[in-house]
Design a protein. Structure first.
Length: 186
């Protein structure tokens, strides 16, 4: 049986590979500035591992895609990481997007544990600012064709939204399906 890559996996893999390329280029950007020999060895080893991991993921995606029947909306295979060290506008935008996404998540997680109301509000506001900046950067990437979101087949959004109902409708359907009512215990 052919291994098919689902739509959610395609979106996540595209994001993951773009983030991986950005991280590799960021590591390469910092590497010439490292003076400590031990840190340089660590950075070189981690850079090599990151590049090997990226290439392994690309090969796995390509192998899975080769086993599956072609789809009309397939955006193509991810490109292997080349020797080109040029940082493009797309690379910079992906790096910005990842910085904002990470920062938003960290600020929100910190706010969940914060007991001081003013600090909690500050952290939440910071998370919202990061989310807005991530959205702005994501829109830039989508507009400039550097990262277009895969399109769903015609009718899919309507089908998905048709499966979603408010809780009161879900409860009514559950009652009708099971043939009994849910009553409050007294």
């Amino acid at each position: 049986m052919a291994a098919d890559i689902g739509a959610h996996e395609r979106v996540e893999l595209r994001e993951l590979l773009a983030a991986s390329r950005s991280h590799i280029r960021t590591m390469k950007l910092y590497r010439p500035h490292i003076r400590d020999r031990q840190l340089a060895q660590i950075a070189d080893r981690q850079l090599q591992l990151a590049m090997e991991g990226y290439d392994r993921c690309v090969r796995a995606v390509q192998e899975a895609a080769a086993q599956a029947p072609p789809k009309a909306d397939d955006p193509g295979h991810p490109a292997p990481l080349g020797p080109d060290d040029r940082i493009t506008d797309a690379d910079a935008a992906v790096a910005l997007l990842n910085l904002h996404k990470t920062s938003a998540a960290m600020k929100f997680m910190a706010a969940l544990d914060c007991s001081q109301p003013q600090l909690r509000d500050t952290l939440l506001q910071g998370a919202l600012h990061c989310a807005e900046q991530a959205f702005e950067t994501s829109r830039y990437l989508n507009r400039n064709a550097d990262r277009q979101m895969p399109a769903m087949k015609e009718g899919t959004p309507e089908h998905l939204s048709g499966e979603m109902n408010p809780m009161n409708l879900w409860r009514q359907n559950a009652i009708a399906f099971h043939g009994h009512s849910i009553r409050k215990r007294e």
